[in-house]
Write a protein that binds this ligand. Structure first.
Ligand SMILES: CC(C)(COP(=O)(O)OP(=O)(O)OC[C@H]1O[C@@H](n2cnc3c(N)ncnc32)[C@H](O)[C@@H]1OP(=O)(O)O)[C@@H](O)C(=O)NCCC(=O)NCCS
Length: 163
């Protein structure tokens, strides 16, 4: 993960984020939706940078003791270099320190790459939402990881990062 840094996402970053969004999703959010998301209540958006350039981003929604992964993506040229792992590890550690206990997300049933990432973080599939994605009609797998505030989960995060 050399040279990789994680920081808060701000409005001036949105054009670069949108470029990744368009490259990575079949039904990408518009710039306006991204901006509205960023500025909505209870959101935590971060960016990953390498050599000053934005290479990925992650958006969480925080509700009580739960965090919902609203979006995560890595620039195509940077996939497989630990960007999403670094984003997720930083975010879970930070929100666990401020009251989050459980983290959830939906992922397309066909998106095995993303599912592998989440499984490494201890997310477990708990159900399906049929036809969740309107554009493709794909089903979503609902995944949860529980008790991210515990020392045992902190050890899990440390071992993921060490790998
Ligand atoms: C899914 C996605 C976010 C993963 O991002 P990524 O930055 O490539 O993820 P990472 O690099 O952290 O991990 C991916 C793989 O690289 C490996 N890896 C991580 N760091 C590495 C390193 N330094 N060197 C070599 N390999 C590494 C990981 O072990 C992992 O392997 P696996 O797929 O066999 O489990 C990315 O593919 C993406 O943007 N996809 C399109 C958008 C999307 O589907 N988002 C999720 C919606 S739910």
């Amino acid at each position: 993960m050399d040279g990789l840094a994680i920081a808060g996402l701000a409005r001036p970053d949105l054009d670069a984020i949108h470029e990744i969004e368009v490259a990575q999703f079949d039904d990408p959010w518009s710039l306006r939706v991204l901006r509205d998301e960023l500025e909505a209540p209870n959101r935590r958006y971060t960016k990953a940078t390498r050599d000053g350039g934005i290479v990925g981003y992650l958006g969480l929604m925080l509700v009580d003791a739960e965090a919902h992964v609203n979006t995560i993506a890595t620039a195509p040229a940077e996939e497989g270099t630990g960007v999403a792992t670094a984003l997720l590890a930083e975010a879970i550690r930070a929100v666990a320190a401020t009251g989050t206990r459980d983290v959830t997300l939906e992922v397309a049933s066909r998106n095995l790459r993303a599912q592998r990432l989440y499984l490494r973080f201890g997310f477990a599939p708990v159900g399906m939402r049929r036809g969740y994605y309107p554009h493709s009609g794909d089903d979503a797998v609902v995944m949860w990881v529980r008790d991210v505030h515990t020392p045992s989960y902190a050890a899990t995060l440390a071992s993921i990062e060490a790998a």
